[in-house]
Design a protein around this ligand. Structure first.
Ligand code: SF4
Ligand code: SF4
Length: 372
């Protein structure tokens, strides 16, 4: 299996203001290209694109390619499970949405300290082991967004798992909140294969500050910034797949180009990444990956990741009229303004990056609503 996976969380949109409105035709073209270049791993989840990613996968891939030509990973939304019977209900719904009889990889989605406790209570691990015994899930594991200590506890307590999915990128490598390096070390200690998510940190490592870009271009003028980030993750021990949430055919062409004959980083490249990482960390105000997990329960429909992206942009490049226009258009297009946040905290409960959303929205409002 090649090491690049097609993450179906940031698919091309027909309407940039509606994450559910995926461009299925363009997704199908990208999937065709991906498979034609010898890749096969797709990754979706119950909640991606506000619940539409699995149906898009069905139309773009499952209905158009023989089953043996692709590998698909899907994920149980553990935070929606209120009782044990819900697992089967969600799983059957997911098979139906994807148009499949089994999943190649199946994960308990987004385990952390609270969701792990709930999953234990409802028998989530027993459920996925049953799926494996029935042949409904060929490989079972979980995705994880918490401290390395908890990861160690889960992997020590739960035998029979085939892999773990971790957030790993060079910016989060030594970040004490995310603990990419420490989590990776735990996985290696347990000898468990690793699937990497967020290698490009929600796209932010594809467009790096000028000084970091100069470092990359000085070494290899033809390599994109994203290629450095994906190769960093793919070079690590135990890593079997690196997911990239591709949104355009150009990203697909670039990623498949350098990952087709994957070349691990050498020592010089590793040193350049360390320097670039130090430079970028100085310039990123809000470490939002744009995953959208915070959006579903927001009573004010606040466009949290888009607002944070605009905020980061103005921190890096200065406030421009176009950023303010984007902000105003988002707020006018059915989304609440940042100042409309009522502080209910639902977003923060679901944010894998542990971002203080409510506090930061006040800063967003201070910048864009004052300017507007
Ligand atoms: S705290 Fe604010 S942004 Fe977060 S879900 Fe509630 S209203 Fe939405
Ligand atoms: S605020 Fe958190 S949950 Fe929301 S998009 Fe950003 S990283 Fe994801």
């Amino acid at each position: 299996m090649k090491k690049l996976g097609f993450g179906m969380m940031r698919l091309p949109l027909k309407n940039a203001l509606d994450r559910a409105d995926v461009d299925v035709e363009m997704t199908a073209e990208m999937a065709d290209y991906f498979i034609a270049k010898g890749f096969n791993y797709f990754d979706t989840a119950y909640i991606y694109h506000l619940g539409n990613s699995e149906a898009v996968f069905k139309k773009a891939v499952a209905e158009r390619h023989p089953r043996e030509t692709f590998v698909i990973a899907d994920k149980m939304p553990v935070w929606l499970v209120k009782e044990s019977a819900d697992y089967q209900k969600f799983f059957d719904e997911q098979l139906g949405r994807c148009g499949l009889g089994y999943f190649d990889y199946y994960l308990l989605h987004n385990l952390g300290v609270d969701s792990y406790a709930e999953t234990l209570k409802h028998g989530g691990f027993e459920f996925i082991k049953k799926l494996k015994a029935e042949g409904k899930a060929r490989h079972i594991g979980f995705s994880f967004h918490d401290k390395a200590e908890l990861l160690d506890k889960i992997l020590t307590g739960q035998g029979g798992l085939d892999f773990v999915q971790l957030q790993i990128n060079y910016i989060d490598w030594d970040n004490e909140g995310i603990q990419s390096r420490k989590c990776h070390e735990v996985a290696v200690k347990h000898g468990i294969p690793v699937i990497v998510m967020e290698p490009v940190k929600g796209g932010s490592l594809a467009l790096v500050p000028g000084a970091a870009e100069n470092l990359f271009k000085g070494y290899d003028g033809g390599a994109s910034a994203a290629s450095w980030a994906i190769r960093f993750a793919a070079s690590l021990k135990n890593v079997i797949v690196v997911l990239s949430g591709m949104s355009t055919p150009a990203q697909m062409t670039d990623n498949t180009g350098y990952m087709r004959d994957f070349r691990p980083l050498n020592d010089d490249e590793r040193a350049i990444i360390k320097q670039a990482s130090d430079l970028i960390n100085k310039n990123t105000a809000i470490p939002c990956t744009g995953c959208g997990y915070c959006l579903e329960g927001c009573p004010q429909k606040i466009a949290i990741p888009q607002y944070f992206s605009l905020y980061n942009n103005q921190k890096q490049f200065g406030l421009t009229a176009s950023q303010t226009v984007y902000y105003t258009n988002l707020a006018a297009g059915g989304h609440g303004k940042a100042s409309g946040c009522v502080g209910c905290g639902q977003c923060e409960e679901h944010c894998p990056q542990r971002i203080a959303v409510t506090e930061l929205l006040k800063e967003v409002a201070g910048v864009f609503e004052k300017a507007g």
